[in-house]
Design a protein around this ligand. Structure first.
Ligand SMILES: NC(=O)c1ccc[n+]([C@@H]2O[C@H](COP(=O)([O-])OP(=O)(O)OC[C@H]3O[C@@H](n4cnc5c(N)ncnc54)[C@H](O)[C@@H]3O)[C@@H](O)[C@H]2O)c1
Length: 436
């Protein structure tokens, strides 16, 4: 009989979101619509996904949420922080993602989520000017205030557990440096108001030292730093990031593994986007765009391995552009032109025009990351959760380990981790037993 290593869920789970903008409010409205039975959890692996157990002939494919003890949607309680004071009903209306009719159906729940004051500085997000912001002598004091927010949120709502998912804006590009290396240097940096520490890092520090898992939906470094990894291990907390994999990069991690599998060359991949939401406005600042660009560019090199396949990918031109174009709102359009070549070097082209909805793609990822982070915590996992790479553009890995970007390898890894947690046999796809 298989042995589970996961503590059961009991009581309520709090989900705290720094950043209550388009993604966060679309997530909240969606969960409430699902609870009310007016919608289905489309796009969520924890809600609709299955996992095969045993042989292909065993016909055992339970829902993931029945195979592992995932917290039920009824047990979730929500809160968050933002630099604007408006509640989530007002914020959802402003975000312009959802129809007014749906927003009205879930209005009481959205209205009840009122942002706590944020830790914010204009230095890190240039294009936003909010005033609902905490005051403190230094980062350390501000982290203490966030810890108090977490404590009182837990107490007021009588919660058993809490997780944090960063849904805040993309911050300016910061390189890891000495202040980020150890817990000691980082804490000195917090006390000394070091400029290389950004607000998202202060939230992460507060969460981890409160024993709360942290998932990072933006491309900021945040928890992808040696000090944070050490801290997470010390406090036995799972962490993961970075940058939700939703539109164009999601398509890249589906297509590029296919080209490599068939040994088709890629001469160039040009990606451009137009979007008009607040995220687009933030990314209009070159310093925030640089953070996003680094996250988007890393994918192809890791999948196609130009050093291993120099003839096919050694001279590939990869360009990513994002243009802020207000008329489109949250309905992004992403174009890809891919120049590939095949047998005898003959060139071919592939064009993709993805008319996507950014927050609609991101919302189920927020749900899954919150629920899987809580599951990881109850399974006694700590530090970087590489099995959650499936959800990220730039998955966080151990030092010196390259990230796995291929969506299907990521999914296999995720499901095998679940099997492993429940003491089930891993699936290798060898399949020799059917022929012996
Ligand atoms: N939608 C997607 O498909 C997608 C994909 C990958 C990553 N992301 C990232 O997710 C994040 C959220 O995206 P969005 O479309 O909801 O953006 P948004 O601009 O609508 O929402 C972000 C919110 O964060 C708030 N904020 C900024 N700094 C904060 C701070 N320090 N503390 C608390 N709140 C803060 C802003 O006021 C805003 O309300 C962005 O970083 C974006 O790059 C989104």
């Amino acid at each position: 009989m298989a042995q589970s290593s996961i503590k059961p869920h009991k009581g309520k789970l709090g989900i705290l979101l720094p950043g209550l903008g388009a993604v966060a409010t679309t997530f909240l409205a969606g969960v409430e619509a699902i609870r009310q039975g007016v919608s289905e959890p489309i796009g969520s692996l924890t809600q609709m996904g299955t996992v095969r157990l045993g042989k292909r002939t065993d016909n055992q494919t339970p829902l993931i949420k029945e195979f592992v003890p995932i917290a039920p949607l009824e047990d979730l309680v929500f809160g968050g922080w933002d630099i604007f004071e408006e509640n989530c009903y007002e914020s959802a209306k402003k975000a312009g993602v959802l129809e007014a009719q749906l927003i009205e159906k879930v209005r009481p729940m959205l209205e009840a989520v009122k942002p706590m004051k944020a830790v914010f500085s204009n230095r890190y997000v240039k294009n936003l000017h909010g005033t609902h912001v905490k005051e403190g002598a230094n980062w350390f004091e501000l982290a203490e205030q966030l810890k108090e927010d977490i404590r009182s949120f837990k107490e007021k709502n009588d919660l058993d557990r809490v997780v944090v998912v960063w849904c805040g804006s993309t911050e300016i590009f910061i390189e890891p440096s000495d202040v980020h290396q150890t817990i000691k240097s980082f804490e000195e940096g917090l006390r000394g108001n070091d400029e290389r520490i950004s607000p998202s890092m202060v939230y992460a520090y507060a969460a981890i030292t409160s024993g709360v898992p942290f998932a990072n939906g933006a491309p900021n470094l945040t928890v992808d730093l040696p000090a944070m990894v050490e801290l997470a291990r010390e406090h036995s907390v799972p962490i993961c990031g970075k940058d939700f994999k939703t539109g164009q990069t999601f398509m890249k991690t589906v297509l590029a593994p296919g080209f490599k599998a068939r040994l088709l060359g890629v001469a160039g991949w040009f990606s451009t986007n137009i979007l008009g939401n607040k995220d687009g406005e933030v990314l209009d600042d070159p310093e925030s765009f640089k953070t996003k660009e680094a996250s988007k560019l890393s994918v192809l090199d890791h999948i196609l391995q130009p050093k291993v396949y120099p003839t096919l990918y050694g001279d590939m031109h990869h360009k990513v552009r994002i243009n802020y174009y207000p008329p489109r709102g949250d309905n992004k359009e992403g174009w890809d032109n891919i120049d590939i070549f095949g047998w005898l070097g003959y060139p071919m082209q592939i064009k993709i025009d993805f008319l996507c909805r950014d927050s609609i793609l991101a919302a189920p990822i927020v749900l899954d990351l919150a629920l899987f982070s809580d599951l990881a915590m109850r399974a006694g996992k700590r530090g970087i959760q590489e099995w959650l790479s499936f959800y990220f553009k730039a998955p966080q890995t151990a030092d010196k380990l390259y990230p796995e970007h291929d969506l299907f390898i990521q999914l296999m890894k995720l499901k095998n981790t679940l099997r492993d947690m429940q003491g089930e046999e891993l699936i290798t796809h060898l399949g020799q037993e059917y022929y012996d």
